[in-house]
Design a protein around this ligand. Sequence first.
Ligand code: TF8
Length: 335
Amino acid sequence: MKKLCHSIFTALALAGLMAGASAEDYKPRMIRFGYGLAEDSNQGRAVKFFADDLARRTGGKLKAKGFGGASLGNDMQMQNALIGGAQEMMVGSTATLVGIVSEFGVFDLPFVFRNEREADAILDGPFGQKLADKLQEKGLVGLVYWENGFRNLTNSKRPVSRMEDMQGIKLRVMQNPVYIDMFKGFGANAIPLPFSELFTALETGTVDGQENPVTTIQSSKFYEVQKYLSMTKHVYSPWIVLASKRWWDGLSNDERKAIQEAAAASRDFERKDSRAASAKAIDFLKSKGMQITVVSDKEIERMQEASRQAMFKFANDGHAKLIKDLQGDLEKLRK
Ligand code: TF8
């Protein structure tokens, strides 16, 4: 009798628990989550983390499926698919968003952040939130920022230890005017191309070089087609996780909350993972035969000087106040 009571009690408790879980308003949904890098990259690992975390939170109701290697399109194509409602989620560079919200160019200005701590504080604080909020009226929801990382320069022509060494190098840059202006200022021949075309462009010699964080140079196998790596750290590059506003507006509050929480968890995972991968990448790239050049502080200062015009141009395009706000926030952090 005692045993029976006990098992009835357990059954009731279980039923209660299940009722509790289903009280959350989750519908079975498939989320197409696109990204540009390989599955085995910091981006791919974090998309997988997000999918697992979201499934756990929603009892398997919300299923995110990662589509890597730009298989749903490059950053800009995916942004448009999200706006039109043909795709639910993506992660990509903030730099490729400037055609939609030009203010994002502020993160592309050279030598803005000194370290990851500053970047985290600005991106996760009111400044980053304000920019993300601007996406809403364009049909996108900016959920969280992930780390792409500090960008470094590679090429197949020669070691670059001084700005003059970039002269005449055909350098792929992102489709973003600040990057074009910056690298023209350095003397390179800046050629904008989507990331999805980059490996082939390097392989066939359409371009001689590119710039990306060491994690990407590793995961995209650029070491197979690039000999020289210069540690310039010229820009800290954020990624942003986006949702289609059209789709988002049709979700329940519980669903939105679960996605937001999973996105925040994925951000913490991704930054840790990226930083660990970044610390190991240089040795890996050396072992693959890349020749690494450490650029002196003096040369970095010269580059900073030469890239000022990119900053002025962005300021004159109606963004002077935005730059001032960011600098103000950074000064507070540096106190
Ligand atoms: C680039 C970016 C890329 C991103 C990625 C494909 O060079 O650094 O990492 O756009 O989402 O294009």
